[in-house]
Write a protein that binds this ligand. Structure first.
Ligand SMILES: *Cc1c(COP(=O)(O)O)cnc(C)c1O
Length: 439
């Protein structure tokens, strides 16, 4: 089928996530991916594009890493799926052992699911049920941060603090207290966390945070000090600390986990995206032994939660191989060099009129474009994205936030090209905006 025929059917029948469809049908010009290798996507029309955001932050080892493809094929030849209930299998068991070994010490048990949202959904249900059956049934409320993002199901939509995503469902979701974010003001964030715990810890099940970076909220970085103090405070007041490492895990911020960068031991850790490196939907929620033991006892104390594909053997086999690749190809060490380059490249935008908050952490670099509409609904970043696409790079913005979050093992020359494209495209758009202001 040729490119036009695919796009015609797409526009006639498909409904894309996070996409204003009328505008897309009218003028959208999607990349029709035919093949993908490393950090490159190849369109049916023969053009190629560098991946600026690892396919929604998942392809941390690039596309179709040969070792991951082989691991998937080998598992597929044995069997593709069994329910993780009354049956088990080597990939699930072995992966659980390895995950416990590579995560903070306090985490001893692995609960599988199939995407980041369900990993968080499992985390909040674990916490709520734990308190329900361990003498504190009043602890039913969750704390999260302003501008947080924890996924898409209705449960975790409640935790989310990005107004554009929450608004349509505001009347439906459970009650969550959104605390001020440390990305705005560390002292104020700590003060309000302390106050909330002091007043209401008897009603609070857990604090849920994205460690060090609020991703979808606009690549908002904050100090590890917040996590250290939040750990002390939640411990003191008997509240679970759930860290959402769906985006930050697997070396995105430098070390394997952003939690480790802050030196904290959470009660629950959620991982997805990098876990299966963009090959398959797969996720895990790790919990402490104390939480796990809180489910001991009769039938009625078991954790009654599990979607059909939880613990899927294909995902587990790939995730196992991902960990081996990290070790044998020294992915984190290699990413350090790339991260330093990326930060330097973005530094050149500091002080440029129209650009604010140039920042970088690990394999994330970002800046804000000045715009009257701030946040996710701004269209400013899309102008840079269009200019970058013409130059051969896929750079999906978050409103007025332009960022790169490429695969951790992106070839250095690809990374140089990617950064150059973003910088050139940004300068081009800034010049256009200046000219528009004058006319
Ligand atoms: C992407 C993301 C999620 C949701 O993961 P899905 O696999 O898209 O459901 C949750 N939390 C964070 C921090 C994320 O970046």
């Amino acid at each position: 089928m040729d490119r036009e025929a695919i796009v015609a059917r797409d526009k006639k029948y498909l409904w894309h996530p996070y996409t204003p469809m009328a505008e897309y049908i009218e003028s959208g010009d999607p990349i029709v991916v035919d093949r993908a290798r490393g950090a490159r996507l190849y369109d049916r029309d023969g053009r190629e594009y560098l991946e600026g955001n690892s396919s929604w932050w998942a392809s941390l080892l690039g596309h179709n890493h040969p070792r991951l493809v082989r691991a998937l094929e080998e598992q597929l030849e044995r069997f593709a799926h069994v329910a993780l209930a009354g049956t088990t299998h080597e990939p699930a068991a072995l992966l659980a052992e390895k995950l416990v070994a590579v995560t903070p010490e306090r985490l001893t048990r692995v609960f599988y699911s199939d995407n980041g949202s369900t990993a968080l959904e499992a985390a909040i249900k674990l916490s709520a049920q734990y308190w329900h059956q361990n003498g504190a049934p009043g602890k039913t409320r969750f704390l999260s941060l302003a501008e947080a993002f924890h996924g898409e199901t209705l449960g975790v939509t409640a935790l989310g603090g990005v107004d554009a995503f929450r608004r349509p469902f505001g009347g439906l979701v459970m009650s969550v207290t959104h605390l001020p974010s440390p990305a705005e003001d560390l002292d104020r964030a700590l003060e309000s966390l302390r106050g909330e715990l002091e007043r209401s810890s008897r009603e609070i099940a857990a604090l849920v945070v994205e460690p060090l970076v609020q991703g979808a909220g606009g690549m908002r970085l904050y100090s590890p000090e917040y996590l250290r103090r939040a750990r002390e405070l939640t411990e003191h007041y008997g509240v679970h600390l759930i860290v959402d490492e769906v985006f930050t895990g697997y070396g995105r911020t430098g070390p394997m986990w952003a939690s480790s960068l802050a030196g904290i031991e959470p009660d629950v850790l959620c991982t997805a995206k990098g876990l299966s490196a963009g090959l398959l939907p797969f996720a895990a929620t790790l919990a402490s032994e104390e939480i796990f033991r809180g489910f001991d006892g009769g039938e009625e104390r078991a954790f009654y939660y599990g979607h059909t594909y939880f613990g899927n053997p294909l995902g587990a086999a790939v995730a196992l191989e991902v960990l081996r690749v990290y070790e044998e190809e020294r992915i984190l060490e290699g990413a350090e060099v790339r991260a330093a380059f990326l930060a330097r490249a973005f530094d050149s935008l500091r002080g440029v009129p129209g650009v604010r908050n140039v920042r970088a952490l690990g394999m994330i670099a970002a800046f804000d474009l000045e715009d009257e509409v701030d946040g996710y609904l701004s269209r400013a970043g899309w102008r840079v994205a269009r200019a970058a696409k013409r130059r051969g790079a896929l750079v999906r913005p978050l409103g007025n936030v332009v960022y790169l979050a490429p695969p951790l093992n992106v070839a250095l020359e690809d990374l140089e090209r990617l950064a150059a494209i973003v910088l050139e495209s940004t300068r081009e758009v800034l010049v256009e905006i200046e000219a528009e202001k004058k006319s």
